[in-house]
Design a protein around this ligand. Structure first.
Ligand SMILES: Cc1cc2nc3c(=O)[nH]c(=O)nc-3n(C[C@H](O)[C@H](O)[C@H](O)COP(=O)(O)OP(=O)(O)OC[C@H]3O[C@@H](n4cnc5c(N)ncnc54)[C@H](O)[C@@H]3O)c2cc1C
Length: 133
């Protein structure tokens, strides 16, 4: 079990979380980003309306952003950032700071938190409508 002190905790490693990380890396501020790897567009083979990358797979797009973060802002990683695969299972404010616990029991103490946890599609069970057969 570890305890991490950081400026910003970003919960979510999709485009919204990675975009937040890019801004924070540019400011050279420490951040920790958590990604439970459940993406809204997980079933989609291609992403469209992404400028300069139309048709790219969602996984490749995320990986390109991570590579860019490491190469432009990295000092052996994502700028001043720490990237973790895992789920935040609790979050509370204690004495002016946010305290989060992940699913391995590690603790993160942060000044600010960005919730970039995405959306879940709840569609009516109509045959032929994605994701139903
Ligand atoms: C079938 C389909 C096709 C789509 N096609 C396109 C397209 O072509 N072009 C386009 O622009 N958009 C498309 N979208 C929309 C696209 O999914 C969203 O624009 C994009 O994924 C939103 O990014 P996000 O970062 O907000 O959320 P997501 O990509 O869903 O990321 C959410 C992140 O939060 C994490 N998370 C959630 N809870 C926790 C927790 N407790 N702890 C740690 N991590 C957590 C998840 O693991 C994930 O990393 C499509 C959506 C669907 C369903």
């Amino acid at each position: 079990m570890s305890i991490t002190q950081t400026d910003l905790l970003i919960i979510g490693g999709g485009p919204a979380g990675l975009s937040t990380a890019t801004f924070f890396a540019r400011l050279n501020r420490p951040f920790t980003i958590y990604d439970s790897q459940l993406y809204r567009n997980a079933n989609s083979p291609e992403s469209h309306t992404i400028m300069a990358y139309d048709g790219i797979s969602p996984a490749e797009y995320r990986s390109k952003i991570q590579e860019e973060l490491a190469s432009l802002y990295g000092k052996g990683g994502l700028g001043n950032g720490v990237f973790r695969n895992g789920k935040i299972v609790s979050l509370e404010k204690v004495d002016g700071r946010f305290e989060a616990i992940d699913d391995d029991g590690n603790k993160v103490s942060a000044r600010k938190v960005v919730l970039a946890t995405g959306l879940k599609d709840i569609l009516p069970p109509i045959p032929g409508m994605y994701p139903y057969p």
